[in-house]
Design a binder for this molecule. Structure first.
Ligand SMILES: [Zn+2]
Length: 371
């Protein structure tokens, strides 16, 4: 029996990258047979529906934690905000091995965001190699339309991955660091990363449509009785440059852009593609945060915006200290089983760690196993 030895994923590391690293720690010489042994069929962790949840048991014996860690290596959280709750449920089922998909544009969106070739930033690779001895593939570099590193403003290098013995970024010959100063490309790299990291839940297309239309009407994009999509498209063409719009929408022709804006705002099937939303959100809401706040208001009409008082902040700090203290105590006695033990005996702390301090807890765990 070959050992399946999974390292802790680095922040923003893809499942593909994690599988490569685990493969190298295993006794398998072939990457495909290695993934077949874990997932039931060969997969490089970049396709759709290859029972990814099976990887969970190697990440943590506690199911909830394992799922949260696995989720952090997938691009699903990036697609989720524009998926309907039904489509999101089907998406989760596919990760469990289910084969049903709805007709909600999930599959095309998944394929677009798992497109080959793979991309890496040579400067990120160099820094990781210095810190970890190897480099890893990052999720935020693989998002649709991203061609520059959000951290370094360095052009991403496109490569075709090897199938039998896949490589890590620093092992490819091209390590040329070329700075990219196009402000729109850099803007998109940062915006897509924010969307990926914020992990919003799914929203029905009806709510998305209502939210966009209410804001467009408020801003005066009105052509009775409807919304003036042509005017929004003209605004979009002024906000960004032609080359950038062509790259994202495939054309900068005003009719075509109007059609894309209409499809995005009315949340029709193509509407799941997050880059389209990111651009429309920019011209209508200024910031993603404002858009998602409006979505929440439309989802729950009775919700009032929370205002944090200094007392709330003090309470929050106290909560953080208490949960972290409990975690560290259980870690000292239970080591690798810390999350299973918390789940059994300190469910509140368990839930708090999974939601607020997952990465922190994994760092503590790897430090503890080193000592
Ligand atoms: Zn970088």
């Amino acid at each position: 029996m070959h050992p399946f030895n999974f390292p802790q994923p680095e922040l923003d590391e893809t499942l593909h990258s994690l599988l490569i690293r685990a493969h190298r720690l295993s006794g398998f010489s072939n990457f495909r047979t290695f993934t077949e042994a874990i997932l039931g069929r060969p997969s490089d962790g970049r396709g759709w529906s290859w029972r990814y949840k099976k990887v969970g048991r190697y990440l943590d014996s506690c199911k909830i934690t394992a799922w949260a860690i696995l989720q952090g290596t997938l691009l699903l959280p990036y697609l989720m905000p524009f998926m309907s709750p039904e489509a999101a449920r089907l998406g989760q089922n596919r990760l469990d091995g289910g084969h049903l998909t709805g007709d909600d544009g999930v599959l095309p969106a998944w394929h677009i965001n798992n497109s080959r070739p793979l991309r890496y930033c040579p400067l990120c690779a160099r820094q990781q190699q210095k810190r970890l001895g190897i480099s890893v593939w990052l999720r935020s570099h693989q998002l649709d339309g991203v061609n520059v590193c959000w951290r370094h403003a360095v052009s991403l290098v496109d490569v075709t991955q090897h199938r039998i013995s896949p490589l890590l970024p620093h092992e490819f010959p091209n390590q040329t660091i070329r700075y990219e100063f196009n402000k729109f490309d850099l803007w998109l790299a940062k915006q897509t990363r924010v969307l990926l990291q914020t992990s919003h839940g799914p929203t029905s297309s009806e709510i998305i449509k209502t939210t966009y239309r209410a804001q467009a009407a408020r801003l005066g994009y009105k052509k009775t009785p409807s919304i003036d999509y042509f005017l929004i498209a003209s605004h979009l063409l002024k906000r960004f440059d032609r080359r950038f719009i062509e790259r994202i929408f495939g054309s900068s022709d005003i009719e075509r852009v109007t059609k894309m804006v209409h499809r995005t705002i009315t949340a029709s099937t193509i509407g799941i593609r997050p880059t389209n939303h990111i651009l429309c959100i920019e011209v209508l809401f200024g910031e993603q945060h404002n858009f998602f706040l409006a979505i929440r208001k439309h989802t729950d009409k009775d919700s009032v915006e929370e205002k944090k008082t200094p007392e709330d902040q003090r309470n929050q700090l106290a909560t953080t200290l208490i949960h972290k203290k409990i975690f560290l105590e259980v870690l000292a006695t239970h080591r690798r089983e810390v999350m299973s033990e918390l789940n059994r005996n300190f469910p509140l702390t368990h839930q708090w760690i999974v939601t607020h301090a997952l990465h922190w807890s994994r760092r503590r765990l790897s430090n503890a196993s080193l000592n």
